[in-house]
Write a protein that binds this ligand. Structure first.
Ligand code: WTA
Length: 638
């Protein structure tokens, strides 16, 4: 039992979990304070050292270029390609024959790729893309289930210097159409479908409908996953496996040498207005930042089997399923389907079968599995696990303890990592050696100065709620919003322009030990099951239903999902609300945006609380729904 982390009562009721001796002994970072101090006093030196651990075609001239704030640049003058580090450099070592990806489909089919095999598949598909005329700087949209070809398509784009825009496979027609259009994508890579809870999803049908709504797509490449019948249009639609069998898909492809600041991908994320923003990341800084955070926070060793059970369609999957683990030469586990299919032991079965040593997932998934009881994980040998991770929303202490006790058997520290699409990688996070408090993301990662402030930028009192800001730039930061630099400035940098701080959009508090406790979003972003949605996006899906003239959505706490969406709708004159109409409207939102956006309920109302300037006061709706004080109503119009 000597290997268990030890809870001890510190101040009051709060339990602090100390790391075990073996965790401390083997950790990459043995002394947080010293390295942290160094990373703040000599930020550029710290990041230069980390960057030097990667390969570069040409070394950078300048670590940080802050001449045009807030458009920071990192490693300018440097030449690289993320593929140089994620694949190419491993081919020159023994890792060539190491497993890069172990993939299991929901029906139980298994495929594995060594780094050598991954390189072959990526090179072949890179050549296919080239033969379709894909050029450096062009954005390819990828809309796929979680199958190896999703990672292969992303990597192939990067290899030839094209950027990718992955649209989460759970999104639907309008969400996909809008993203294709904004990125002006000419090429779409998709699949006929995927497996989810024993059923087939209809990706190609959705893709066809989306292509119909956005005129930019000229070529659509479809992976055959399920074999269902799908409509393929002559001269536009091609089967992936057929292209990969042609001479155009040669197994040799040079990796394109990119400037450190060249675009690697855009990833659309929800904000306060209806139009999703394409958050832009680059080759150089993003490589350095994701690899460094992954290695230090999860103490990555060559013998690890790493499983980030997110979806590659979100930033967590981009950074920590695909790029960082490949750069660090890890063996990556990927799983296509639902955690509880066919039974709630599916994950634990795979942990046992593949000897997973690190599992990184979301509080929603943990809560979802917890409700089936301890007997499901306990049927399996999960002793291979060494570390656990959590991301996406605050983890409630009850779920934290279950994860720690039942899944980690008291042995595995939990890395509760706070970060965002815009940050590229972890920002507030423990290291394996950090004493843990359930529910706190703990301390800033190296190079970061984090504060919780009021509207004037003054630190709030210890333990008080305020706005979370990041005071200094970091290599993995988003460079801009694709096609809309003004919006980038406005959303993240305007509120604290005088100080030059980044506004995260979250509220938080910092306790007497300097530990950060994230409370939640303070803007109109909703986190449903850890997925990020905007109230405005859901509202625009609601009003696109023929019977709805106006709508508002709010998030209310939900036991399993963290938050759930509640909608309020004003119907067109003369129409009456009914349970059937409510159901039809929910279905419509699912069809337009995706099942994750489906509201829990739609309440039909005569009017919505608005300010005199016509803005919906969601805060008032929320207070009414929760039966709490409505606060300051002086700007209310009614
Ligand atoms: C929330 C996901 C509490 C937060 C990586 C943030 C968290 C938003 C945590 C970004 C965490 C993420 N504890 N809250 N460990 N991690 N969040 O862009 O509100 O999908 O602003 O990135 O998720 O969501 P995004």
């Amino acid at each position: 039992m000597g290997d268990k982390s030890k809870p001890n009562d510190s101040k009051g009721q709060e339990q602090v979990y100390q790391p075990s001796d073996s965790i401390v002994k083997n950790a990459h970072v043995a002394d947080y304070d010293t390295l942290y101090k160094r990373s703040i006093e000599d930020r550029e030196g710290f990041w230069a050292d980390e960057a030097a651990k990667l390969d570069w075609y040409k070394k950078w001239d300048k670590v940080l270029d802050a001449s045009n704030k807030p458009f920071y640049k990192w490693f300018t003058g440097g030449k690289t390609n993320i593929i140089q580090n994620a694949i190419d450099r491993h081919l020159k070592t023994w890792r060539r024959n190491k497993l890069a990806i172990i993939w299991e489909g929901e029906p139980g089919d298994v495929r594995t790729f060594s780094y050598h095999a991954l390189n072959r598949e990526v090179s072949k598909f890179a050549n296919v893309l080239k033969s379709m005329g894909v050029r450096k700087g062009e954005i390819v949209t990828i809309y796929m289930p979680q199958i190896p070809e999703l990672a292969i398509a992303m990597l192939a784009c990067a290899k030839i210097g094209a950027a990718h825009s992955v649209v989460y496979g759970g999104f639907s027609v309008e969400a996909l159409a809008e993203r294709i259009q904004d990125a002006n994508s000419r090429v779409l890579v998709t699949a006929d479908g995927g497996w989810r809870r024993g059923k087939i999803t209809d990706l190609k049908t959705i893709a066809n409908e989306a292509i119909g709504r956005s005129a930019t797509i000229e070529v659509c490449i479809t992976v055959k996953r399920t074999g269902q019948d799908v409509y393929m249009e002559n001269d536009r639609d091609f089967w992936y496996h057929e292209l990969m069998g042609l001479p155009i898909a040669g197994a040799k492809c040079e990796t394109e040498q990119m400037d450190a600041e060249d675009m690697l991908f855009i990833l659309y994320t929800s904000g306060t207005t209806g139009r999703p923003k394409g958050v832009l990341h680059t080759h150089g800084g993003y490589s350095v930042y994701t690899a460094t955070t992954h290695r230090y926070v999860f103490d990555i060793k060559d013998e690890d089997r790493w499983w980030c059970a997110a979806d590659p369609g979100w930033i967590t999957g981009h950074s920590y399923i695909v790029y960082a683990p490949l750069i660090n030469g890890s063996t990556i586990m990927m799983y296509e389907g639902a955690p509880n299919h066919p039974y709630p032991n599916r994950w634990w079965q795979m942990v046992e079968k593949y000897g997973i040593s690190i599992l990184y997932t979301s509080p929603t998934a943990i809560r979802g599995l917890m409700r089936f009881g301890d007997q499901w994980p306990q049927r399996h040998d999960t002793s291979s696990l060494r570390l656990l991770g959590s991301v996406g929303e605050p983890i409630n202490p009850e779920a934290w303890r279950w994860y720690h006790e039942i899944i980690g058997e008291g042995r595995c520290p939990i890395m509760d990592t706070w970060w965002q699409t815009e940050t590229g990688g972890f920002v507030i996070t423990p290291l394996p050696i950090t004493p843990l408090k359930p529910g706190s993301a703990t301390l800033p990662f190296f190079g970061h100065e984090v504060a919780v402030v009021d509207d004037n930028g003054k630190d709030v009192q210890t333990g008080e709620e305020g706005k979370l800001v990041l005071k200094a730039p970091w290599p993995g930061m988003a460079r801009t919003i694709f096609g809309d630099p003004e919006r980038y400035k406005e959303v993240y940098w305007k509120d604290y322009a005088k100080q030059g701080w980044y506004k995260a959009g979250d509220s938080a508090r910092i306790d007497e030990d300097g530990y950060v406790w994230i409370i939640g979003r303070i803007d109109d972003v909703i986190k449903v099951s850890g997925y990020r949605l905007g109230t405005a996006e859901v509202e625009s899906a609601l009003v696109s239903h023929a019977d709805v003239s106006e709508a508002a959505t709010i998030a209310l706490p939900h036991e399993l999902k963290g938050n759930a969406i509640y909608a309020y709708a004003i119907l067109r004159t003369g129409l009456q609300g009914s349970p059937e109409l409510e159901d039809a409207i929910k279905k419509h939102v699912s069809h337009e945006l995706g099942p994750i956006a489906r509201p829990e309920s739609v309440t039909f109302v005569e009017s919505l609380p608005k300010t005199r300037s016509g803005k919906i006061m969601r805060r008032v709706l929320k207070a009414r729904a929760l039966g709490v004080d409505e606060g300051d109503l002086s700007t209310l119009e009614e």
